[in-house]
Design a protein around this ligand. Structure first.
Ligand code: ADP
Length: 499
């Protein structure tokens, strides 16, 4: 068990300066303390930022293919340690083992994908209106990048943010979620083994309002990348605006699956079960709304409810468990409160709607997979992110009504449509207000070589992953080189006339 020496600053594992620690618990058995981690404050964050700033000049001068090779080694180490990390994730975060392996696999994929960027074009050469003039624009690193990450993808999300930042020549300070500090420690240990030089990657464990806020405020940090709740994102983006920092936010969602009357219903039911209840509904892309055509609603609903109530709950390490616990007791209570709000607003609970407290379940944070019926657009449960294994059915009578319902929230991350009609499919692709649209697939299932992110209040216009992965952590520099032998000054727009 870690003794609190979990901050990694300038190449050394250290305690918080005042020696304070906090505990990380196993959500399947909350009496089990997994480890004790440094509770960091401003002084710790400043030390980490200073170390990152000191390491920056040397790291940015290392050729990009060499930085890429370091990330390639990181990919190999993640592969070697995949099973160990997955088991650690089950213990610390609660998701079931197969999903935990998928989380690590995402980081492996990202490492290899971004490593290759080290040898890819890094800018453009463009024509000049002047003779004997070379004009180009090139990506440049931004300096020290602060990463603030959530607990639901505790290996994948740090990798999405960190690998592009490092490849671009930036140095980083990571502040992981307080529920999953142990996985961040393991992740950084592997980066060290991969050969990342001292000070290039720094880690401060601790709480959002303490260490996270200090990272946002630190004058040495030029860019913040944040994934978490819309409420916290609004706060961070606001502060970054005032401080003139670059900030990229990945925030909440209220994703929906639309099931049309011509859908393959069996496929739609399987997709709905996975999207609504996979990771106990704690994915940014979880489907918490099922918008179903009235002609197929009864069949879809009855079958969905039967299968949802048959899902096997259990600790993620149990190979028979399909749904693990939710992250902590506070979240468990919040989910249950939301179901109560839905029922008070007129929704009907078809299955679930309760905290599991019998036997061993009582030791953990287990919530029964819940399907609500008669959900209407104005209900809070149809508008607000619940982040738990709760979904609700909204009945519609046409494609127009379905698309309007899907677009009726403040969020826009992932929307999906099940139909066999190509016209409906392409109408939906055009009309759905979301960063990610799926046809005949659930709302979860993003691949790392495509951009990930959302519109409306899900973000502030940035994307992670994909070929634009480095946009958030680079600045463009435009370069003009006069190679004429002439002694004449030739002024742009004045001495040249392009007819
Ligand atoms: P969730 O409620 O889903 O955990 P949060 O947005 O609260 O989402 O947390 C996501 C990440 O943001 C965590 O690492 C958390 O510690 C951090 N965080 C929370 N509040 C702040 C804040 N005021 N400033 C900076 N980081 C924060």
């Amino acid at each position: 068990m870690h003794s609190g020496k979990t901050n990694f600053i300038g190449g050394k594992w250290v305690q918080a300066q005042d020696g304070q620690t906090f505990e990380s618990l196993n959500p399947a058995r909350t009496a089990e303390v997994i480890g004790r981690y440094a509770r960091s404050w401003q002084a710790d964050v400043e030390a980490a930022v200073t170390a990152a700033a000191a390491a920056y000049p040397a790291w940015r001068r290392i050729p990009a293919p060499v930085r890429g090779a370091t990330l390639f080694r990181m990919g190999q180490l993640l592969e070697r340690e995949k099973e160990r990390l997955a088991r650690q994730m089950v213990e610390e975060m609660g998701k079931v083992l197969v999903e935990a392996r998928g989380d690590v696999q995402e980081a492996i994929d990202m490492a290899y994908y971004i490593a290759a960027f080290g040898r890819m074009p890094n800018g453009s050469v463009v024509p000049s209106e002047r003779a004997e003039m070379f004009c180009s624009a090139q990506r440049m690193p931004v300096g020290v990048v602060g990463l603030i990450t959530p607990w639901n993808f505790p290996i994948a999300i740090p990798s999405w943010k960190m690998f592009p930042a490092l490849l671009a020549g930036n140095t980083v300070v990571l502040k992981p979620a307080e529920d999953t500090p142990g996985l961040a420690v393991s992740f950084v240990e592997l980066l060290v083994e991969a050969g990342v030089p001292s000070g290039v990657v720094n880690l401060v464990t601790g709480f959002g309002a303490e260490a996270g806020a200090a990272l946002v405020e630190s004058a040495g940090v030029s860019t913040i990348s944040f994934t978490g709740s819309t409420e916290t994102g609004r706060l961070i983006a606001g502060r970054c605006g005032q401080l003139m920092k670059r900030v990229s936010c990945e925030l909440g969602g209220k994703n929906a699956i639309v099931v049309m009357d011509d859908a393959n219903i069996e496929l739609a039911i399987k997709g709905a079960l996975w999207s609504a209840f996979g990771t106990a509904g704690q994915r940014c892309t979880a489907a918490s709304r099922l918008i179903v055509h009235r002609d197929v609603k009864r069949r879809f609903r009855d079958e969905l409810v039967d299968r949802a109530s048959a899902l096997r709950m259990g600790a993620g390490i149990d190979p028979k468990a399909q749904i693990g616990p939710v992250i902590n007791r506070k979240q468990l209570e919040r989910i249950h409160r939301y179901v109560g709000i839905g029922v008070a607003e007129g929704a009907k609970t078809l299955t679930g709607g309760r905290v599991l407290d019998e036997g061993a379940f009582g030791d953990g944070c287990f919530y029964a997979p819940t399907v609500l019926d008669d959900m209407t657009l104005s209900m809070r449960v149809a508008q607000e992110e619940i982040f738990g294994p709760v979904t609700g059915i909204i009945e519609v009578g046409s494609l127009e009504e379905a698309l309007a319902a899907a677009n009726s929230t403040q969020y826009g991350l992932s929307l999906s449509l099940y139909t066999q009609n190509v016209t409906s499919a392409f109408r939906a692709i055009q009309e759905l207000e979301a960063g990610i649209v799926y046809i005949n697939l659930p709302t979860s299932g993003a691949e790392i070589q495509l951009p990930f992110g959302g519109v409306k209040n899900t973000g502030n216009g940035h994307r992670e992953a994909g070929w634009m992965a480095m946009d958030y952590c680079t600045e463009w520099k435009s370069i003009y080189v006069n190679y004429a032998e002439s002694e004449e000054l030739v002024r742009a727009q004045i001495d040249t006339q392009v007819a």
